[in-house]
Design a protein around this ligand. Sequence first.
Ligand code: CU
Length: 191
Amino acid sequence: MALGALLATTLTVLLTGCGGDSAGHASAHSGASASSSSHGMDGMSDKMMGDPSATPAYKLSGATVVKGTFTLLDTRPPGMNDVKGTAWLAQGTKGTTVTVSLTGLKPGHVYMAHLHAQHCADDNGGSHFQFDKGGATTPPNEIHLMFTADKSGMGMTTVTNSRKTGKDAVAIVVHPNEAQDNRIACADFDF
Ligand SMILES: [Cu+2]
């Protein structure tokens, strides 16, 4: 009887705790999605800039995968000296899938990575890779990955484009989302 009462009390405390917590998370999440859709994107376009829960490029079966290790660029902003990471580019029946995974970022900050048309040693990656050269500077004509660093400064996301880049998207460059002229790090794919 006493044990039953104790269990009931414990359960009530747990339920109350969970209720308060999940309400807090729910409002935090709706705040986050409201701010990401304020970039003028609908849900479809948001996915075109990456989905952290999508199957990463290195896990795709039947696709040809190349990999690159990020190296810091001299153009990086202050406080970005510990950025490290890897990018994978897979090409298969789904088109092109790209995954980036980085650590050493500023927690809570938003970053943008693009596929670039030149190698890292060549003008820090040069201009963006484009399927139709001279066309739109947005996805799906370019491949962009937008992601937010977590509390530990880790950021990862995956994006898929229905077309294949072939060997023309030779590198990937990561930028602070609010200052995309600023190049933090670059990785050459090992074609
Ligand atoms: Cu870029």
